[in-house]
Design a protein around this ligand. Structure first.
Ligand SMILES: CC(C)(COP(=O)(O)OP(=O)(O)OC[C@H]1O[C@@H](n2cnc3c(N)ncnc32)[C@H](O)[C@@H]1OP(=O)(O)O)[C@@H](O)C(=O)NCCC(=O)NCCS
Length: 434
């Protein structure tokens, strides 16, 4: 058994006992209030899920096992002091709750390299889809095709004891994380480089290897990928991709199906698709105004026009956050360090000044501040990765780290099938006294 797997079992056994005790002895303790609004307005704020890997605070933003993004940048292992953290280390932290050493991170990286094997039929599935199929559709089709190798499916069919579900789930999660950069890069090259593929470079870390297979070997891009794949990894349990993964896994679907479901949620415009929509929207602005260096007044007018047309400003607002997303801040800092004199990034920076007062002035937007998607595409554009429809795939590769660590915990704790109750409109009206 690998060191990581061993450490996970050591943590999981007492945690499962705590979980059972909490459920059995304190199950009837009330922990929150459910109102008509909290149900009819997207279940926001209802304490409905257990998530060990991260917690989102509305004012402060995300903390991964208690660590903020600047703290991760300081404390997680890096390839050099001026580099960004390695996502391998974040996965270790999310899974075990402890900060990894350099050796821990190296071991995970080596293990993922060994597991990065994609069967031929998965490439055939991707190739069978036409070029006008969205990269996210190719990505999810490939994920489902990978499920033929599911160790959990095999173990379940062979009648494994439910206490051991976590074991084959662990194998699937680790295999899937290792396979994702390979299929993501394959989809990228298929769509944008006539299918000319680039082989993996086993000397590179998980992030740099993804950039390499996509065709980018610049040291700054590698840094950007390490940052990108770290900050998108998790956003507690209630966001659509995490919740969908957890929900589908709760039916004992294998990790490929569960994560595939999460990715279909990530593909929506109110979630991960927003990172590509920001680029399309700014390009529309540039096209309509007729210059790549619009004035602040011109940007302001375009924003007003978007709102007047009954559309949202992509990259702004959040269901939980009530201030600027620290993932936006981390990317802005990166741009300040490495991406000077970029007119597209200048527009993104100008929007940060212009959009919040406009949204605030509408009187209905709960959070007028930017989220992660407002910045991410512009950084990729800066380095020549201009194919916006692919951006959500990159988000998805990163999100695997959090949601798969989470379903591994779901299995280890022996979580039950998720099955909330639903009621009719008459029932709600009756409760309201109407
Ligand atoms: C993220 C988002 C879906 C959160 O939704 P939410 O929790 O329902 O947001 P709110 O409660 O603040 O919404 C209240 C109103 O403000 C509007 N609003 C919220 N964000 C807005 C934005 N960026 N631009 C314009 N209007 C916005 C909503 O559409 C809603 O309008 P309605 O009452 O006419 O339907 C929403 O802010 C949004 O659509 N943002 C743009 C897409 C995006 O960036 N998604 C990525 C999120 S990480």
């Amino acid at each position: 058994m690998s060191t990581l797997k061993n450490k996970f079992v050591e943590k999981a056994v007492p945690a499962a006992a705590d979980f059972k005790k909490l459920l059995k002895e304190y199950g009837s303790t009330e922990i929150g209030k459910v109102t008509i609004e909290s149900v009819l307005d997207g279940m926001k704020g209802i304490p409905a899920l257990l998530c060990l890997t991260s917690k989102l605070d509305s004012q402060e933003g995300i903390r991964f096992r208690g660590y903020s993004i600047p703290e991760l940048q300081d404390k997680l292992p890096k390839l050099s002091p001026t580099d960004e953290p390695l996502p391998e280390g974040l996965f270790y932290l999310m899974l075990l709750g402890d900060l990894p050493t350099d050796a821990d991170v190296k071991e995970i990286g080596e293990e993922w390299k060994k597991r990065a094997i994609v069967p031929k039929h998965v490439y055939d599935v991707i190739d069978a889809l036409p070029l006008d199929s969205a990269p996210m559709a190719d990505f999810t089709a490939a994920i489902l095709a990978l499920a033929t190798g599911s160790e959990f499916l095999k173990a379940y069919s062979a009648g494994v004891n439910k206490k051991d579900y976590w074991d084959s789930t662990y194998e699937d999660c680790m295999n899937l994380i290792a396979q994702l950069p390979v299929i993501a890069a394959y989809i990228y090259r298929k769509h944008y480089f006539n299918g000319s593929q680039i082989a993996a470079d086993p000397s590179l870390d998980w992030s740099a290897n993804l950039a390499h297979m996509m065709g980018y070997d610049d040291a700054e891009i590698q840094k950007l990928f390490r940052l990108y794949l770290t900050i998108h990894a998790d956003h507690e349990g209630g966001n659509v991709s995490a919740h969908a993964t957890h929900l589908v896994a709760s039916a004992l679907s294998n990790p490929y199906y569960a994560y595939g479901a999460g990715m279909l949620g990530l593909a929506g415009p109110l979630h991960g698709y927003a990172n590509q929509e920001v680029i399309a929207w700014v390009n529309d602005m540039i096209g309509e105004i007729g210059t790549s260096t619009p004035s602040k007044q011109q940007i302001h007018d375009f924003c007003e026009k978007t709102i007047a047309a009954g559309r949202v400003i992509p990259g702004y607002g959040h269901a939980v956050l009530r201030k600027t997303d620290p993932r936006f801040e981390a990317q802005r800092e990166f741009a300040g360090k490495y991406c000077q004199n970029d007119s597209f990034i200048q527009i993104i920076n100008d929007l940060y000044e212009i959009v919040p007062p406009i949204l605030g002035g509408l009187g209905k937007v709960k959070n007028p501040w930017p989220n992660v998607d407002a910045y991410s595409g512009s950084l990729l554009m800066h380095y020549g990765i201009t194919q916006a429809p692919f951006y959500t795939v990159l988000f998805g590769v990163s999100r695997a780290l959090g949601v798969l660590a989470s379903i591994l915990w779901d299995r280890a704790l022996g979580m039950q099938i998720e099955r909330p109750s639903s009621f009719t409109m008459e029932w709600f009206k009756e409760k309201a006294g109407i």
